[in-house]
Design a protein around this ligand. Structure first.
Ligand code: UGA
Length: 432
């Protein structure tokens, strides 16, 4: 039987909140910390600031059962917890590097409160060698602090974060002492997943290398999609044929308008940047970024070519979130497409099942529809920009009747081209 542990998670954003909740769910006692007092109060009152399937129920259950609590005080959390996870944002900077000031600030604050042995675990996605700096920082502000610093990257995907955390493919931690290794094994024992123990720097690199590789797969298939369009081949059949080789795998070979979100764009730039600092020009990843940018441009070009003039054209948009099953619109390609269309004079009406509230301030000129089908009203074209599965089953025949012209641009290859053409749409997908 696993001994349950007292854990603190500093930073109650997507990663921190989901991680803390899942740790509580397997029996640990967890204190989630955030410096945003309003957020802490609202979490204490049972309001979840993000949409993530299954999360709200789990938070409520674990709070009610006394295993999960929220505070704004790092001091209280450090005093009560043997292990402190850092899960604060590492936002991108204009030069491609990441801003590590939140990580550094939390490390300093933790240092001030450490009186006995503590394991400080970095969960935020950070460039290689950050853990070493966290350890140095804590030692600088509290030279006698008995600590071990561990890197424990997170591999959860938004939209399926709870599942990814409860049933992980693997757990990675980078650690330099047997004592901290034992503590980390104890925390993760209830998850019954394969554990890979590495040195600190390798664990940090695993995260950047894994995310960059997934982004590379997406850009690869998007480049193949361009060749498919030029040659009359079908990218979905090509992806199927490639993916059936178990060395390649079908996952992350869905062509579309490109990857977005708070992770891939930032992590790829950060990996290019840290590689350069370490003396290696990772030009392969520069190309991944370029293909991703061009993918959106190629999509916009198809719309311009069909509509000829965008000014005063009514465009209905399905999807604003950076992917399905989330309300997250950070670095969403859908938002970038809408912004571009508006800047060229189009009148855009959009619908997203969860993302409209967060999208509104980013696309001020965009009208939001009450129902998905309403975006078709008087539209010159209809665009699918996010892979929400509920968009697969909309009443497209009825929607077509409400449109001025039957142009349908499917930026996520979500719909069946034959079926849509059968309904009378002029259907354009990606890569076929
Ligand atoms: C990604 C990784 O998948 C997680 O493993 C990682 O933990 C996380 O980043 C992170 O670093 O925190 P996430 O950003 O939530 O997760 O979303 P993904 O499902 O990876 O999708 C990213 C983007 O790629 C989305 O815009 C999605 O639409 C796009 N995508 C994905 C494609 O265009 N094609 C695909 O085949 C797959």
């Amino acid at each position: 039987m696993t001994a349950l542990m007292n854990l603190a998670i500093v930073g109650s954003g997507y990663v921190g909140l989901v991680t803390g909740t899942c740790f509580a769910e397997v029996g640990h006692h967890v204190i989630c910390v955030d410096n945003d007092l309003k957020k802490v109060k609202s979490l204490q009152a049972g309001h979840i600031p993000i949409y993530e399937p299954g999360l709200e129920e789990l938070v409520k259950k674990n709070v009610a059962e006394g295993r999960l609590s929220f505070t704004a005080s790092i001091g209280d959390a450090v005093a009560a917890s043997k292990v402190i996870f850092i899960a604060v944002p590492t936002p991108p900077q204009p030069d491609g590097s990441v801003d590590l000031s939140f990580v550094e600030g939390v490390a300093r604050e933790i240092a001030m409160h450490i009186k006995e042995y503590r394991v400080v675990v970095d969960k935020s996605t950070v460039p290689v060698k950050t853990g070493e700096k966290v350890a140095q920082t804590i030692k600088r502000y509290n030279p006698d602090a008995p600590i071990d610093v561990v890197s424990n990257p997170e591999f959860l995907r938004e939209g399926s974060a709870v599942d990814d955390l409860m049933k992980p493919d693997r757990i990675v931690f980078g650690v330099s002492s047997d004592k901290a290794t034992a503590v980390m094994r104890e925390i993760y024992e209830p998850f019954k997943a394969p554990i890979l123990v590495t040195d600190l720097n390798s664990a940090e690199l695993i995260k950047h290398a894994a995310n960059s590789f997934l982004a590379l797969k997406i850009s690869y298939i998007n480049a193949v999609a361009a060749i498919c369009e030029a040659s009359g081949a079908n990218v979905e059949r090509v992806a199927e044929g490639m993916g059936a080789d178990h060395r390649i795998g079908r996952a992350f070979l869905n062509a579309g308008i490109g990857y977005g979100g708070s992770c891939f764009p930032k992590d790829i730039s950060a990996f290019i940047r840290i590689s350069r600092e370490l003396g290696y020009e990772f030009t392969l990843l520069e190309e991944v970024e370029k293909i991703n940018f061009n993918q959106k441009e190629r999509f916009l070009k198809k719309i311009r070519e069909s509509l000829w003039v965008l000014r005063a054209k009514k465009i209905g948009v399905l999807g604003l979130a950076f992917k399905g099953n989330t309300d997250d619109v950070r670095s969403s390609v859908a938002i970038e497409v809408v912004k571009q269309l508006i800047s060229e004079g189009a009148e855009v009406t959009a619908y997203d099942p969860k993302g409209m509230e967060k999208a509104l301030p980013l696309v001020p000129g965009c009208k939001m529809a009450g129902k998905a089908e309403d975006v078709a009203d008087g539209a010159d074209a209809l665009l699918v920009l996010t892979e929400w599965s509920e968009f697969k089953t909309l009443p497209y025949a009825a929607m077509k009747k409400r449109m001025l012209s039957p142009l349908l641009f499917d930026g996520r290859n979500l719909l069946d081209p034959q079926e849509m053409r059968g309904l009378g749409f002029t259907y354009t997908g990606v890569g076929h």
